[in-house]
Design a protein. Structure first.
Length: 274
């Protein structure tokens, strides 16, 4: 992921609407922003909750989520994963032990979530929206009753996300953004509950920004490749992707250049330059 600045001291998780509550994991970093948002979802009055992304294997965080659920007199009936990266899913096995609840995701070899599937728990309904690109297994969830879209790392609360090549790919990511443009443009999703960073109240504007930004970056990479072709002098220890990162992502802190390199590799692959 690519943050645009330091952590937002105002974001500490909390409720969004009547059905969603984020428990913030204390794993802040340049890649995770303030930390991982573990979303607890339930229909008002229900004692069954859905947990989205229990997060890394961080016992204190898992206990904080359990404490939040218990404070409502509820139980975890189902766990969903937006994708398999450790900061979202490393604790899935341990979480299943603690809660006894099944874990569903894409590509786990059994009980895969399907595009358009409606997940129902305790009166709560979630629509499954396959959004590969950040990773091959990325999925988002629409909570129609709140018009909120849970996006994992496909759309963040701040900044933009990495296309984690080779598992992620740009063709899929652009198609996923088009799918989200349709969803948010129709008004079915008006806000975004991301996997990292604060809630985004303008879903349509944010997805449109992501779409424009990704196409602008692609043109910048295309231009950088042409410039480097005109000046092919080798740089010690740097391949084409490294040199493109140095040109295109010069304004990005060097600590996130490894993530930027993954996105550049995805763009070079898309352009047929690998």
């Amino acid at each position: 992921m690519r943050p645009t600045g330091p952590a937002d001291p105002g974001w500490r998780g909390g409720a969004w609407g009547e059905r969603a509550h984020a428990v913030l994991c204390p794993n802040p970093s340049p890649m995770t922003l303030e930390g991982t948002n573990t979303w607890v979802l339930s229909e008002p009055g229900s004692t069954d909750v859905v947990v989205v992304d229990p997060g890394p294997l961080h016992e204190e965080h898992l206990q904080a989520v359990l404490d939040h659920v218990g404070s409502r007199g509820a139980r975890v009936a189902l766990t969903l994963l937006t994708h398999g990266h450790d900061d979202h899913a490393e604790s899935a096995g341990r979480w299943a032990e603690l809660t006894g609840a099944p874990v569903r995701a894409v590509g786990r070899g059994h009980d895969d979530l399907e595009e358009g599937e409606v997940v129902r728990v305790g009166g709560l309904e979630l629509l499954t929206v396959r959004t590969p690109g950040h990773t091959a297994d990325s999925v988002s969830f629409l909570l129609p009753a709140e018009q909120v879209l849970l996006t994992g790392d496909t759309v963040l609360g701040r900044g933009t996300t990495v296309v984690a090549y080779p598992d992620g790919d740009l063709t899929s990511y652009l198609a996923s953004l088009e799918r989200l443009r349709t969803l948010t443009g129709s008004g079915r999703a008006t806000s975004i509950a991301p996997g990292h960073g604060p809630v985004v109240p303008d879903a349509a504007g944010t997805v449109e920004h992501y779409w424009r930004h990704r196409h602008e970056r692609l043109e910048q990479v295309r231009d950088a490749v042409e410039r480097l072709r005109a000046d092919p002098a080798p740089v010690a220890g740097a391949d084409l992707a490294d040199r493109v990162v140095q040109l295109v992502y010069a304004d990005v802190p060097r600590e996130v250049w490894p993530a930027a390199r993954l996105s550049v590799l995805a763009q070079l692959d898309y352009l047929g330059r690998l």
